[in-house]
Write a protein that binds this ligand. Structure first.
Ligand SMILES: [Zn+2]
Length: 422
């Protein structure tokens, strides 16, 4: 179908970090309305409005399509070979800000829906939620879901659009990791001459000793930390495809043989930032009065950030100050679910290869909030236009024209598949 509509959409600057997006939201409402989908703007607590829509064909089941219309800032502009808001097609590729993340998938999916609707072949009801603040961390998404849960109720949720993985096969992602982000600080009243070391506290040592106690041999030492981990089944592990060389070149360092499994399955305790004492030029013999660290835990299903925090607090030295910056629960849809099997078979039919299926992404997102608030346990990602070198969030963002067409085809096959569920 026409790429012209996509290009119109890509021309609109929807950089949420700069407060832009309203025009993009209005474009979507008009675009959907013009094709017979009920759609409207909802101004909620976020900077940019949500777009919600519905297409009821009287089917038994309903698919909720989630995408976001906002994009990341384009800076540094001089690194772009083309104007980021003037989509440019060159040698089978389309360059523009947002073409891969997430406007391309959004429009490709809609166009398939329009087509099937016209042909009278749509056998699954559709609902839509388009967010305009995803790129600034989806603030208030839980409040929004709470306030509009009746309108968003559905049997399945299709997440924003995983495209092709590193080996070029289509990627399906059935969940996300969770997160616990904590800051710890240790203080004494003032910096002291280091000759006092035998008789006074040193916050730097206290912090380092504490951090060191958190892990040994790559395993996290917190009590009960692994109790709830839902380890992968052999089948789940087999369906993931990763390319070691590709991973090593993108990280600029070597990775273990079983890197995919570790990425998906292992919860982590990471030191994200660490500061203490004198870090200027030359030497200063001082006992610093202050030390702090930022620590993030990536959690896997079914770990609970609340429980991990409790366990962490029980070992944090009394004198430390603690600040919790974030808590997100992990989430995973079953490989045996209808949405997973429909995504897998529709991907196979579209691309003529087995897809790569990740039980959860190594990254984090608000899937669990969707599952909990909308009472839905079939949430999965796929049907995207991007590939692993699409320069998402960076300059010269691009996709293959062919992948745009294939995503439309995949959406079509998925909808037909869901319409045929017994
Ligand atoms: Zn993004």
């Amino acid at each position: 179908m026409e790429k012209g509509d996509l290009y119109e959409f890509l021309k609109i600057d929807t950089t949420s970090a700069k407060g832009k997006g309203e025009e993009g939201a209005k474009f979507l409402v008009d675009y959907m309305t013009d094709h017979g989908i009920e759609a409207r703007l909802i101004r909620h607590k976020a900077v940019n409005p949500y777009v919600v829509g519905e297409l009821n064909v009287g089917a038994e089941r309903t698919l909720l399509v989630y995408n976001h219309y906002d994009v990341q800032p384009v800076e540094p502009l001089d690194k772009w070979n083309t104007d980021p808001f003037n989509p440019t097609e060159k040698e089978g590729k389309i360059y523009a800000r947002g073409v891969a993340d997430d406007k391309g998938s959004l429009i490709a999916r809609l166009q398939s829906i329009f087509e099937l609707k016209k042909e009278g072949k749509l056998k699954v009801n559709l609902k839509f939620i388009y967010e305009g603040v995803e790129e600034i961390g989806s603030p208030n998404i839980e409040d929004f879901l709470e306030d509009y849960k009746d309108q968003l109720r559905s049997d399945y949720v299709l997440w924003e659009g995983a495209g092709r993985g590193p080996d070029n096969s289509p990627e399906i992602v059935l969940g996300v990791k969770g997160l616990l982000y904590v800051e710890v600080r240790d203080k004494t009243p003032k910096d002291l001459h280091s000759m006092y070391a035998p008789i006074v506290r040193n916050p730097a040592w206290e912090l380092v000793n504490f951090l060191n106690s958190l892990r040994s041999d790559g395993k996290v030492n917190l009590k009960g930390f692994y109790d709830r981990v839902r380890w992968l089944t052999e089948e789940e592990a087999r369906l993931m495809k990763g390319v070691k060389q590709e991973m090593e070149s993108s990280l600029s360092q070597s990775v273990p043989e079983n890197f995919m499994r570790k990425l998906v399955e292992e919860p982590t305790c990471n030191i994200a930032g660490l500061y203490a004492g004198y870090i200027g030029e030359g030497s200063k013999t001082v006992i610093p009065s202050y030390a702090f660290a930022k620590i993030d835990f990536r959690l896997v299903p079914d770990q609970d950030p609340e429980e991990v925090l409790k366990s962490l607090l029980s070992v944090i030295p009394q004198q430390f100050e603690v600040k919790v910056w974030g808590k997100v629960k992990p989430y995973r849809t079953s490989l045996k679910s209808e949405i997973a099997s429909a995504l897998i078979s529709s991907a196979r039919r579209t691309y003529n290869v087995d897809p790569s299926v990740l039980p959860n992404s190594p990254g984090t997102g608000p899937m669990e909030a969707f599952a909990r608030i909308l009472n839905n346990n079939q949430i999965a990602d796929g049907v995207g236009v991007d590939n692993s070198s699409s320069n998402i969030h960076s300059f010269n963002e691009w996709i293959h024209v062919e992948d745009y067409l294939l995503a439309q085809r995949w959406m079509r096959e998925l909808l037909l598949e869901l319409g045929n569920m017994p």
